[in-house]
Design a binder for this molecule. Sequence first.
Ligand code: HEM
Length: 413
Amino acid sequence: MRAEISAKNSSVSRASHEIPTVTLKELEADPHAVFRAYRKQFPVVLLQETGGYFVLRFSDVDCVSKDPRLHAVGTVFAETQGFNSGTIFDAFDYGMLTADGDAHRRRRAPFSRLFAARAINEMRPSIRRAAEDLIEEWYGIGEVNFFDEFAAKMPARVIADLLGLPREDIPEFTLLVYVVTKAFFLGLGPDEVVEVEKAGQRLREYVDKVLDERRRRPRGDFLSAFLAAATEAGEMSPAEMLYQIFALIVGGTDTTRVAIAIQVALLLQHREQWEQVCRDPDLLSGAVAEAMRFEPSVGGTARVTSEDVDVGGTVIPAGQLVMLSTMSATRDEMAYDRPDVFDIHRTNQPRLHPIFGYGAHRCIGEAIARAELEESLGAIAARIPQLNLDVPPKISGHFGIRRADVMRVSWKP
Ligand code: HEM
């Protein structure tokens, strides 16, 4: 299925005078400040370099996510980024995230049971053990790059165990995933497009190889069951099967890696709240929800308008790329008291956390992500309450999956 709307259309209204324009440079320097500066007065801002409208307010992001006049991006976003054919293009073309209606339903349905909250909650004890085992690998050393040695390893182990991928494959697929997720950054340069496409091809080959092995020798794991059920239902092509697994590996690895690092860093930067969490495990889920609000690991989601849409009094024309800014919405002063204050005791968190999106595409991995985040934090707070943050991670990015890097912590064993 090719999207009907051409990526080129997204530049049509770049010259609009009523809507402020923001640049990638400004956003990269301080996205929260840019969104804060415009949000009260303007519901929407336009991105200068690539076109595309950021929706800034909580209530608009909520409404627009459910508005039938906005569609999944199909291949529009990929084309805007310079992926006009090849693996990354196909990942958008055959994925669930980028499809609407029946194609989306067919591609998502086989995963619903595996990823349901009840099934995932049964896995919590093993997720907690995985976190505790990881900590013991380096506890005696007294210092570590937390980002590489914990935040990156936890989600990779969980997704590998869930899907039945061998743990020895983790280094190979995680490195590829970290490059592939750049496909969601805005304004990629030509060299980056080549780098991302190459990583995409290698990840596709890896998934292809694993699926081929399971087809020839089913193992009683999730992938074997998925292939058997999908083949019997006859609703998905081999390419669709491949790209759903590709999407789960990509979606399940980097999002949570960044979120785990962010939440521990934020708590250590607010020492009193860290100590409260260490004393009282009942505070864990509130702490995780607040960290996701304050500094989300996913900056926003994309849609395309199929007709003119009024967003808070500003009309976004048909055929435009729209970026629903989670980062802006979760700091909206009209939705949250003191939005720029990190407070794990906040009582006004919405029932559905905006960081996981809304509507048909709401994150299928939400229960896994929450379990990983809460069990990771619980294990660290219980084992190393004396943890110190020596080098905080530098968090960057304003859309798609955000970035963090080195995060050094130390403690007296
Ligand atoms: C903190 C961690 C995570 C965050 C912030 C996050 C965020 C999101 C968001 C915002 C969406 C909706 C996108 C849209 O509406 O366009 C989404 C969809 C999705 N997520 Fe996540 N996610 C996380 C973890 C995970 C995990 C652990 C997995 C897999 C195990 C996963 C797999 C997916 C998939 C496959 C979709 C597409 C669903 C669909 O289109 O129906 N995510 N995620």
